[in-house]
Design a protein around this ligand. Structure first.
Ligand SMILES: Nc1ncnc2c1ncn2[C@@H]1O[C@H](COP(=O)(O)OP(=O)(O)OP(=O)(O)O)[C@@H](O)[C@H]1O
Length: 205
C-alpha cells in the first residue's frame, strides 16, 4: 500500500488530443504494471479487428448503453461521430478492487460530468508547450487527416480555456521534454505529496 493518501483516489488525466496523455500513461503502466489500472470504457461502436471485448472497450448495443445510463451507471459519457462512449462506475470499481490506482483519460466535457459525481479524483491536466508544437505532434503521429487535425485543434482551444478556470485541475504538467514531464507525472500518479505543477502557458500562438 502506498504511504500517500492521494494514491487511493482515481487519477483523471485530461488534455488536448495529441498532447501525449497516452504516451505518458503507457510508460507509467510499463514501469508499474502492478500499481495502476486503466478503466475500460463502454462503447456502442463496432470492435475493430483485434479488439477484445472487456480489454480495449466493453462493446455494447445502444439499448444496453442507454439502460445503463438510465440506471445512473456512468460517471461520464459522450457521443462521438455517431457512437456513444462512457466510463462506468463499475469499470472504476473493477480497478480499485484489485488494489490498483485507477487512471482515467477523460476529455473536457467529461470532466464537467465527473465533477458532478462522488468519484473524488485528483484532476491532472497535460498541457502542450504551445499550439504550434501540438499541431506538429498531431501531424507527426500520422493517424489523422488535415481536416481531423483542424477539428482536434479547435477542440483543444476550448479544452484549454476550460482548464484555465480556477479549481478545475489540481495539477498541470507541460509536456515539453517527455522525460522531464514523465518524472513529474510519475510523482503525481504515485500520489506523492507536494508536487508543484506547472503554470498553464498562454498558448495563444
Ligand atoms: N514530450 C513529447 N515530445 C515530443 N513528442 C511527443 C511528446 N509526448 C508525446 N509525443 C508524441 O506526440 C504524439 C501524440 O501523443 P499521444 O498519442 O500520446 O497523445 P494523446 O494525448 O494520447 O492523444 P489522444 O487524446 O488523441 O489519444 C505521439 O506521436 C507521441 O509520440
Amino acid at each position: 500500500m502506498s504511504p500517500f493518501p492521494d494514491f487511493v483516489r482515481p487519477l483523471v488525466v485530461s488534455g488536448p488530443s495529441g498532447v501525449g496523455k497516452g504516451t505518458l500513461i503507457k510508460r507509467l503502466f510499463a514501469e508499474f504494471p502492478e500499481k495502476f489500472g486503466f478503466s475500460v470504457s463502454h462503447t456502442t461502436r463496432a470492435p475493430r479487428t483485434g479488439e477484445i471485448n472487456g480489454k480495449e472497450y466493453h462493446f455494447v448495443s445502444t439499448p444496453n448503453f442507454r439502460s445503463l445510463l438510465q440506471e445512473g451507471g456512468f460517471i461520464e459519457h459522450a457521443e462521438f461521430s455517431g457512437n456513444l462512449y462512457g466510463t462506468s462506475k463499475q469499470a472504476v470499481r473493477d480497478v480499485t478492487q484489485t488494489g490498483r490506482r485507477c487512471i482515467l483519460d477523460i476529455e473536457a466535457q467529461g470532466i464537467r460530468q465527473v465533477k458532478t459525481t462522488d468519484l473524488n479524483p485528483v484532476y491532472l491536466f497535460i498541457s502542450p508547450p504551445s499550439m504550434t508544437i501540438l499541431r506538429e505532434r498531431l501531424r507527426g503521429r500520422g493517424t489523422d487527416t488535415d481536416a481531423e487535425i483542424q477539428k482536434r485543434l479547435a477542440m483543444s482551444l476550448k479544452e484549454i480555456e476550460y482548464a484555465k478556470e480556477a479549481g478545475v485541475h489540481d495539477t498541470v504538467i507541460i509536456n515539453d521534454d517527455l522525460d522531464k514531464a514523465y518524472q513529474v507525472f510519475k510523482k503525481v500518479a504515485l500520489g506523492e505529496e507536494q508536487v508543484v505543477g506547472d503554470t498553464l502557458p498562454a498558448l495563444d500562438d
